[in-house]
Design a protein around this ligand. Sequence first.
Ligand code: DGL
Length: 271
Amino acid sequence: MAIKAQAPIGIFDSGIGGLTVAREVKKWLPDEQIIYFGDTAHLPYGDKSTAAIQAYSIKIADVLIQQNCKLILIACNSASAAAYDLVKAYVASKAHVFNVIDPVVNYLRENHPSQKVGLIGTKQTVGSGVYLQKINALNAGIQLKSLATPLLAPMIEEGFHLENISNEIVASYLSQPALSDIQALVLGCTHYPLIKKQIMDFYKGAVDLIDASETVAQSVAAFLGYHQLLAKKATAKEDRFLVSDYTVSFEETTKLFFGKQIRLQKYPLWE
Ligand code: DGL
């Protein structure tokens, strides 16, 4: 089956944090229809096993293929680390598959060769060692220093990201010896763009903060353009935001991550 330019872009995450990526995709590709899937019934992925994340990811990929998505973007670092290869093999020629890690690794090769680079993310993302493997495979002399920062995502979700307490948590993580003397820091979790300013202030602007959402949206745009798969404005349909479990609180939190509140539609993964 040929992949069609007017088909939607599918984006998925463990919950609503991936809306930071969806927001950037809309910014770069305003004429595209997106179908977002937030696996709110199973979040957080950050402390789940690889096997569990793989099972959820395959099920979600199925939903997005049923919606005829031309491209599936795994907008979650934990799922990108645990399930990208599997989803790609599963989807095969039905859609293109993107993750949030490779565009960042490419950015590091171009901009930070032979430097010391930090990574913060969930336990799953850091523990998987995927960033380390991909960066080592570049042979670009990049030294990666990783630190799991599991308190940050729930803190942001609960709306504490602009309080003094969050400055202290951020400072306490970033002052760990593991992250000393870095020239760049990968914000390896979909939630972290919301605390970019605090992190910037901590480093007084001296460290390049790599926000995957921007880098990934730009590479999806370039890819679709190159393959003549960009939708025409006239064919754009309304975006859809599906969640495996619905609560009013999830819907309200969309404001935080997407910039405006959106309507979530319940779509259980297993009945
Ligand atoms: N979206 C996840 C990630 O980027 C963070 C939240 C979670 O643990 O599910 O790793």
